[in-house]
Design a protein around this ligand. Structure first.
Ligand SMILES: [Fe+2]
Length: 275
Protein backbone atom coordinates (compact mmCIF):
# COMPACT_ATOMS: atom_id res chain seq x y z
CA UNK A 1 0.00 0.00 0.00
CA UNK A 2 1.22 3.51 -0.84
CA UNK A 3 0.72 6.53 1.37
CA UNK A 4 1.16 9.94 -0.23
CA UNK A 5 3.24 12.49 1.65
CA UNK A 6 0.61 15.17 1.11
CA UNK A 7 2.40 17.77 3.22
CA UNK A 8 5.22 17.79 0.67
CA UNK A 9 2.79 19.00 -2.01
CA UNK A 10 4.51 16.54 -4.35
CA UNK A 11 3.60 13.13 -5.81
CA UNK A 12 5.83 11.27 -3.37
CA UNK A 13 4.63 8.10 -1.71
CA UNK A 14 5.79 5.76 1.02
CA UNK A 15 5.36 2.05 0.42
CA UNK A 16 3.99 0.91 3.78
CA UNK A 17 5.50 -2.58 3.34
CA UNK A 18 9.06 -1.72 2.35
CA UNK A 19 8.92 1.75 4.01
CA UNK A 20 10.79 3.11 0.95
CA UNK A 21 9.69 6.22 -0.93
CA UNK A 22 8.62 6.41 -4.57
CA UNK A 23 8.83 9.63 -6.55
CA UNK A 24 6.41 9.92 -9.46
CA UNK A 25 7.58 11.14 -12.90
CA UNK A 26 8.17 13.81 -14.09
CA UNK A 27 9.70 14.39 -10.68
CA UNK A 28 13.35 13.49 -10.41
CA UNK A 29 15.36 11.84 -7.67
CA UNK A 30 19.07 12.62 -7.57
CA UNK A 31 20.22 9.96 -5.13
CA UNK A 32 19.42 7.63 -2.28
CA UNK A 33 21.29 6.36 0.75
CA UNK A 34 20.37 4.25 3.75
CA UNK A 35 21.95 4.47 7.18
CA UNK A 36 22.13 1.17 9.03
CA UNK A 37 23.03 1.20 12.70
CA UNK A 38 26.50 -0.21 11.99
CA UNK A 39 27.45 3.12 10.40
CA UNK A 40 26.35 5.16 13.42
CA UNK A 41 26.89 2.93 16.47
CA UNK A 42 29.10 5.48 18.18
CA UNK A 43 26.43 8.15 17.96
CA UNK A 44 23.98 6.43 20.28
CA UNK A 45 24.27 6.37 24.03
CA UNK A 46 24.15 2.56 24.10
CA UNK A 47 23.62 0.48 20.98
CA UNK A 48 25.18 -2.73 22.34
CA UNK A 49 21.92 -4.73 22.34
CA UNK A 50 20.69 -3.59 18.93
CA UNK A 51 20.95 -5.29 15.54
CA UNK A 52 23.77 -3.63 13.59
CA UNK A 53 22.01 -4.20 10.27
CA UNK A 54 18.89 -2.39 11.44
CA UNK A 55 18.02 0.55 9.21
CA UNK A 56 17.90 3.78 11.20
CA UNK A 57 17.12 6.21 8.40
CA UNK A 58 17.02 6.68 4.63
CA UNK A 59 17.78 9.83 2.64
CA UNK A 60 16.32 10.71 -0.77
CA UNK A 61 18.40 13.48 -2.31
CA UNK A 62 17.79 16.24 -4.77
CA UNK A 63 14.09 15.76 -5.46
CA UNK A 64 12.53 18.23 -7.87
CA UNK A 65 10.10 18.39 -10.76
CA UNK A 66 11.61 18.36 -14.22
CA UNK A 67 10.20 21.84 -14.85
CA UNK A 68 11.62 23.26 -11.58
CA UNK A 69 15.11 21.92 -12.24
CA UNK A 70 16.42 25.23 -13.63
CA UNK A 71 15.11 27.19 -10.65
CA UNK A 72 16.86 24.89 -8.18
CA UNK A 73 20.09 25.15 -10.19
CA UNK A 74 19.84 28.95 -10.42
CA UNK A 75 19.53 29.33 -6.65
CA UNK A 76 21.87 26.40 -5.91
CA UNK A 77 19.27 24.88 -3.62
CA UNK A 78 18.62 21.23 -2.95
CA UNK A 79 15.47 19.58 -1.61
CA UNK A 80 15.86 16.21 0.13
CA UNK A 81 13.60 13.95 2.16
CA UNK A 82 14.72 11.83 5.14
CA UNK A 83 12.77 8.92 6.61
CA UNK A 84 13.67 8.10 10.23
CA UNK A 85 12.18 4.74 11.04
CA UNK A 86 10.26 4.07 14.21
CA UNK A 87 11.84 2.28 17.11
CA UNK A 88 14.53 2.52 19.72
CA UNK A 89 18.26 1.90 19.80
CA UNK A 90 18.74 0.90 23.42
CA UNK A 91 16.53 3.39 25.25
CA UNK A 92 17.10 6.06 22.67
CA UNK A 93 14.79 7.21 19.89
CA UNK A 94 16.02 6.71 16.34
CA UNK A 95 17.67 9.81 14.94
CA UNK A 96 19.93 11.18 12.21
CA UNK A 97 23.69 11.38 12.74
CA UNK A 98 23.91 15.12 13.43
CA UNK A 99 26.27 17.64 11.86
CA UNK A 100 27.29 21.26 11.57
CA UNK A 101 27.24 23.32 8.40
CA UNK A 102 30.23 25.16 6.98
CA UNK A 103 30.74 28.92 7.13
CA UNK A 104 29.04 31.33 4.78
CA UNK A 105 31.60 33.23 2.63
CA UNK A 106 31.65 36.22 5.04
CA UNK A 107 32.87 33.80 7.71
CA UNK A 108 30.53 35.28 10.33
CA UNK A 109 27.90 32.56 10.39
CA UNK A 110 27.37 29.06 9.11
CA UNK A 111 24.58 28.21 6.69
CA UNK A 112 21.01 27.55 7.91
CA UNK A 113 18.49 25.19 6.30
CA UNK A 114 14.75 24.57 6.37
CA UNK A 115 13.27 21.42 7.85
CA UNK A 116 9.62 20.51 7.31
CA UNK A 117 7.79 17.61 8.94
CA UNK A 118 5.91 15.54 6.35
CA UNK A 119 4.83 12.66 8.60
CA UNK A 120 5.00 11.90 12.32
CA UNK A 121 6.45 14.09 15.06
CA UNK A 122 9.98 15.47 15.13
CA UNK A 123 12.32 16.76 17.76
CA UNK A 124 15.15 18.75 16.22
CA UNK A 125 18.15 19.00 18.53
CA UNK A 126 19.96 22.30 17.87
CA UNK A 127 23.31 23.09 19.50
CA UNK A 128 25.06 26.38 18.86
CA UNK A 129 28.82 26.53 18.51
CA UNK A 130 31.03 29.20 16.99
CA UNK A 131 34.16 27.02 17.00
CA UNK A 132 32.72 23.72 15.76
CA UNK A 133 35.48 23.38 13.16
CA UNK A 134 38.54 23.77 15.42
CA UNK A 135 41.37 21.28 14.99
CA UNK A 136 40.62 19.34 18.17
CA UNK A 137 36.85 18.73 17.97
CA UNK A 138 36.71 17.69 21.64
CA UNK A 139 37.36 21.35 22.53
CA UNK A 140 34.28 22.85 20.92
CA UNK A 141 32.14 25.11 23.06
CA UNK A 142 28.34 24.77 23.01
CA UNK A 143 26.70 28.15 23.63
CA UNK A 144 23.05 27.18 23.37
CA UNK A 145 20.96 24.01 23.30
CA UNK A 146 17.39 24.00 21.94
CA UNK A 147 15.08 21.06 21.25
CA UNK A 148 12.37 22.04 18.78
CA UNK A 149 9.24 19.92 18.68
CA UNK A 150 7.50 20.04 15.31
CA UNK A 151 4.35 18.37 14.03
CA UNK A 152 3.28 17.39 10.54
CA UNK A 153 2.92 20.43 8.28
CA UNK A 154 5.23 22.61 10.39
CA UNK A 155 8.55 23.94 9.16
CA UNK A 156 11.58 25.00 11.19
CA UNK A 157 14.55 27.06 10.10
CA UNK A 158 17.68 25.50 11.56
CA UNK A 159 19.46 28.71 12.53
CA UNK A 160 22.98 29.54 11.36
CA UNK A 161 25.71 28.29 13.75
CA UNK A 162 23.58 25.48 15.20
CA UNK A 163 24.61 21.87 14.72
CA UNK A 164 21.52 19.75 14.31
CA UNK A 165 20.09 16.27 14.36
CA UNK A 166 16.53 15.03 13.96
CA UNK A 167 14.82 12.60 16.31
CA UNK A 168 11.68 10.58 15.64
CA UNK A 169 9.57 11.09 18.78
CA UNK A 170 6.16 10.09 17.42
CA UNK A 171 4.37 6.96 16.26
CA UNK A 172 5.52 5.34 13.01
CA UNK A 173 8.17 6.75 10.73
CA UNK A 174 9.09 10.42 10.98
CA UNK A 175 9.56 11.89 7.53
CA UNK A 176 10.93 15.37 6.93
CA UNK A 177 12.16 17.43 4.03
CA UNK A 178 15.05 19.84 3.96
CA UNK A 179 15.71 22.76 1.68
CA UNK A 180 19.34 23.82 1.78
CA UNK A 181 22.02 25.80 -0.05
CA UNK A 182 23.74 23.11 -2.05
CA UNK A 183 27.37 24.36 -1.84
CA UNK A 184 27.14 24.32 1.98
CA UNK A 185 29.73 21.93 3.48
CA UNK A 186 28.36 19.36 5.94
CA UNK A 187 30.71 18.62 8.85
CA UNK A 188 30.28 15.52 11.01
CA UNK A 189 33.54 15.49 12.99
CA UNK A 190 32.55 17.51 16.07
CA UNK A 191 29.42 15.41 16.67
CA UNK A 192 31.25 12.12 16.05
CA UNK A 193 34.02 13.11 18.46
CA UNK A 194 31.40 13.46 21.22
CA UNK A 195 29.46 10.26 20.48
CA UNK A 196 26.46 12.23 19.30
CA UNK A 197 24.74 15.53 19.92
CA UNK A 198 24.59 17.20 23.33
CA UNK A 199 21.27 15.59 24.28
CA UNK A 200 20.15 11.98 24.00
CA UNK A 201 16.37 11.63 23.57
CA UNK A 202 14.73 8.43 24.74
CA UNK A 203 11.51 6.94 26.00
CA UNK A 204 10.35 5.30 29.21
CA UNK A 205 6.88 4.55 30.65
CA UNK A 206 6.39 8.23 31.51
CA UNK A 207 7.16 9.50 28.02
CA UNK A 208 10.22 11.21 26.57
CA UNK A 209 13.49 11.25 28.47
CA UNK A 210 16.34 13.69 28.03
CA UNK A 211 19.90 12.82 28.96
CA UNK A 212 22.74 15.29 28.57
CA UNK A 213 25.74 13.85 26.77
CA UNK A 214 28.63 13.93 29.24
CA UNK A 215 31.20 13.78 26.46
CA UNK A 216 30.71 17.54 26.14
CA UNK A 217 32.83 19.16 28.82
CA UNK A 218 30.36 21.92 29.63
CA UNK A 219 26.81 22.42 28.44
CA UNK A 220 24.38 25.33 28.77
CA UNK A 221 20.80 24.93 29.98
CA UNK A 222 18.59 23.16 27.45
CA UNK A 223 15.17 24.45 26.43
CA UNK A 224 12.24 22.99 24.56
CA UNK A 225 10.85 25.14 21.77
CA UNK A 226 8.12 25.22 19.16
CA UNK A 227 8.32 26.76 15.68
CA UNK A 228 6.60 29.97 14.52
CA UNK A 229 5.67 31.19 11.04
CA UNK A 230 7.08 34.07 9.01
CA UNK A 231 5.73 34.45 5.47
CA UNK A 232 8.61 36.82 4.59
CA UNK A 233 10.96 33.86 5.03
CA UNK A 234 8.63 31.46 3.19
CA UNK A 235 7.57 29.68 6.39
CA UNK A 236 3.81 29.22 6.50
CA UNK A 237 2.52 26.06 8.16
CA UNK A 238 0.39 23.95 5.85
CA UNK A 239 2.05 25.45 2.76
CA UNK A 240 4.66 22.97 1.51
CA UNK A 241 8.17 24.45 1.60
CA UNK A 242 8.77 23.17 -1.93
CA UNK A 243 5.77 25.16 -3.19
CA UNK A 244 6.71 28.21 -1.13
CA UNK A 245 10.13 28.19 -2.79
CA UNK A 246 8.76 27.78 -6.31
CA UNK A 247 6.20 30.57 -5.75
CA UNK A 248 8.63 33.00 -4.12
CA UNK A 249 12.29 31.95 -4.46
CA UNK A 250 13.58 35.28 -3.12
CA UNK A 251 11.96 34.62 0.27
CA UNK A 252 14.60 31.92 0.74
CA UNK A 253 17.54 34.23 0.09
CA UNK A 254 18.54 33.68 3.73
CA UNK A 255 19.67 30.13 2.91
CA UNK A 256 22.71 31.29 0.94
CA UNK A 257 23.18 34.67 2.66
CA UNK A 258 22.24 34.29 6.31
CA UNK A 259 24.16 37.22 7.86
CA UNK A 260 21.32 39.75 7.65
CA UNK A 261 18.62 37.35 8.82
CA UNK A 262 19.93 36.06 12.15
CA UNK A 263 17.39 37.86 14.35
CA UNK A 264 14.43 37.04 12.13
CA UNK A 265 15.44 33.39 12.08
CA UNK A 266 15.94 33.20 15.85
CA UNK A 267 12.53 34.88 16.34
CA UNK A 268 10.92 31.86 14.69
CA UNK A 269 11.69 29.73 17.75
CA UNK A 270 9.23 30.06 20.64
CA UNK A 271 11.46 29.11 23.55
CA UNK A 272 9.63 27.11 26.21
CA UNK A 273 10.46 25.24 29.40
CA UNK A 274 13.93 24.29 30.53
CA UNK A 275 14.71 20.59 30.56
FE1 LIG B 1 22.08 20.07 7.90
Amino acid sequence: MLKQLTHSGLPIYQNLDSLKLAVEAPHLLGGYGDKPLKRMVDLFQDSSAANLDEDVYDVYRDIRSDEDDELFKKHKFQYDITVIHQGLIGKERKKTSGHFHGWETSGKHSYPEVYEVLSGTALFVLQKSMNFDIKDPTQIVIDDLILVKAEMGQAVIVPPDYGHCSVNIGEGDMIFSNLAYQPCPVLYEAVQAHHGMAMYVGTDQEGLTFLKNKMYSKLPKAHLATPKENGDLGIKFGTPVYKAFINDPEAFNFLGHPDNYINQIMDLLEIGEEI
